[in-house]
Design a binder for this molecule. Structure first.
Ligand code: ADP
Ligand code: MG
Length: 543
């Protein structure tokens, strides 16, 4: 309310209900209401009931006090009383000029009374509620004569979010002090009050949502202000870290073991961390694996407000994964046992035959070469088989990926031949050195070969190709001409236990993905139903 211009504009835009007071008065008379009486009230709340209503409208009342005080400054001494009512016309707050208050108290108007059309004839409160519009009732427009000395202005207050009326506010003054400006003032106040209520409600909602998230999530959450002081630390953070909230709150983040230095980077360099997997040693000695995310928080103007971090305890998941990894491996080993045994028996038969043959004739060297070859082959198969069935201890070394493939194929060959699958290889003539865990990669290849073989139940060709992808990468392609997959099938790959096979585990791809991820590689799958599938593994080269 700082310029006349503003007042003028508000006056022009407001709508006041054009009422015919004479006809309302006639209706009052018909109902037998005596204009010479002091108005009475249909109902007056007990102290207890009033308290309840006041607390239900606590926010409205607080906001009204705030704005009324502010607006009174621009009233330049005009004595005004303001009444706040709820949506049923109960007066729940009276503020302002003491003299007016005393006068109206004599007329029975005080906190707790209910304004009704039935008892009060013409009151701005009832009319504002009835028409949901700003209303003025000046002097003799009132039905009751005792009110002819007053000017009353009321506006309904609407909850803008829910779109319903929550009450009214009224200005009351002596009739000779009345002015249309008062109604304008009231309208401006209404706008401010509604806006403030809306903001409060939205903030409250946000706050509730925040609390809800903070309290119910299983993720540990930590929040710091811009200076690095911890201002939020939820239950799950307590549970995961074992730190007591009181011990952490209002301390500086650099005191937080493990996470402190990351959070400092977030604040100082505005860095972000996502899915950082890190071990966390609790004070009770337990070592957890946690996933850690952290990011800076900015306000609307992009000023740094603080840092947010969340931690997830994935120790269990890690353990399960490890178990599954082993289970799948054992399943693969088990399935291969039959064909491996067969493969071992074959050379043994050969050896046996030759030894029988050469029993009397130890001169034939070529026979010995054959025997030695076969023994070597047994050795290779058995040792590969043993490597594969060893428990998982991850060791990364620099290895030639083609060599790993060759060894894996040698191991797989037996099973392939039994299934009438021909393996064609196409290696680019170069050393592709990658940093890897050899056994894990072998597991990937075995799983992929098996899938291809199983996709060609009547046999077929399995092509394995190794190429340089770029200066930094090698690509391994495994191609079959099997039954192929539809897009939604491809998308499901890697979901544990997704299988279309009667004896499948549905774990193969989960393990493949996991291992390729650990090798910082990428997996591409292309497939067409009844045409075949090409799986591409891209791995970073060492140079
Ligand atoms: P499993 O082999 O135990 O079923 P996988 O995770 O290895 O589990 O594979 C999941 C599913 O994906 C298979 O059941 C199959 O339907 C499909 N699949 C995988 N590889 C191929 C392939 N090369 N050709 C066709 N379908 C495949
Ligand atoms: Mg499989």
């Amino acid at each position: 309310m700082n310029s006349n211009h503003h007042l003028f504009r508000s006056l022009k835009t407001m709508k006041i209900k054009n009422l015919c007071f004479e006809s309302i008065k006639a209706q009052c008379k018909e109902r037998g209401l005596d204009p010479l009486n002091i108005p009475s009230y249909k109902k007056t709340l007990t102290k207890q009931e009033l308290k309840i209503k006041q607390s239900q409208h606590a926010k409205l009342l607080k906001v009204v006090i705030h704005f009324f005080e502010k607006f009174m400054l621009s009233m330049q001494g005009v004595p005004v009383l303001t009444a706040t009512t709820d949506e049923e016309g109960y007066v729940i707050q009276l503020l302002g000029d003491q003299a007016i208050k005393e006068t109206i108290t004599q007329l029975g108007i005080r906190e707790g009374v209910q304004f009704t059309e039935e008892y009060n004839g013409i009151s701005s409160v009832n009319l504002a509620l009835k028409y949901n519009q700003p209303i003025e009732v000046i002097g003799s427009q009132h039905y009751h004569h005792v009110l002819h000395a007053s000017a009353c202005y009321s506006v309904p207050i609407t909850d803008q979010i829910e779109g319903r009326t929550v009450g009214t506010i009224t200005f009351m003054t002596a009739v000779d002090q009345g002015s249309p400006l008062l109604l304008t003032l009231l309208l401006t106040m209404k706008d401010s009050i509604e806006r403030e209520l809306q903001l409060l409600k939205q903030n409250e909602k946000l706050h509730i949502i925040n609390q809800l998230i903070m309290d119910t999530t299983r993720n540990g959450m930590m929040i710091s202000d811009r200076t690095g002081k911890v201002i939020g630390f939820n239950d799950s953070a307590e549970r995961i870290t074992g730190w007591k909230r009181e011990k952490v709150l209002f301390h500086h983040i650099h005191e937080l073991e493990n996470f402190g230095s990351y959070l400092m980077n977030v604040l100082e360099e505005k860095r972000q961390y996502t899915d950082l997997e890190t071990p966390f040693k609790r004070e009770d000695g337990r070592v957890l694996t946690v996933l850690f995310d952290a990011l800076p928080i900015f306000d609307e103007e992009q000023n740094l407000m603080g840092a947010f971090a969340q931690i997830r305890d994935i120790t269990r998941r890690k353990k399960t994964e490890q178990l599954l990894l082993n289970a799948e491996k054992l399943a693969a080993v088990g399935q291969m046992a039959a064909s491996v045994a067969h493969e071992i028996r074959n050379p043994l038969t050969t050896i046996r035959g030759f030894i029988q043959l050469v029993k009397g004739d130890f001169q034939k060297e070529s026979h010995f070469d054959l025997i030695l070859d076969e023994i070597d082959r047994i050795n290779l198969i058995v040792s590969e088989f043993l490597i594969l069935s060893k428990p998982n201890v991850v060791h990364f070394h620099d290895k030639n990926v083609t060599q790993i493939l060759k060894e894996t194929i040698a191991l797989f060959q037996a099973q392939a031949s039994m299934n009438n699958t021909q393996i064609a290889v196409d290696y680019e003539n170069s050393d592709f050195i990658i940093n890897c865990d050899e056994n894990q990669l072998k597991q990937v290849f075995i799983n992929l070969f098996k899938n291809s073989m199983e996709a060609m139940p009547y046999g077929g060709e399995l092509t394995i190709r190794v190429r340089k992808k770029s200066e930094k990468e090698v690509v391994i392609q495994i191609m079959d001409k099997g039954e192929g997959m539809k897009l939604d099938q491809i998308q499901k790959l890697g979901t544990p236990f997704y299988t279309t096979k009667e004896t499948g585990t549905g774990l193969g791809y989960m393990i493949i993905k996991r291992i390729i991820e650990q090798h910082k590689g990428t997996l591409n799958i292309e497939s067409e139903v009844n045409k075949g599938t090409t799986v591409e593994i891209i791995l970073p080269l060492i140079f």
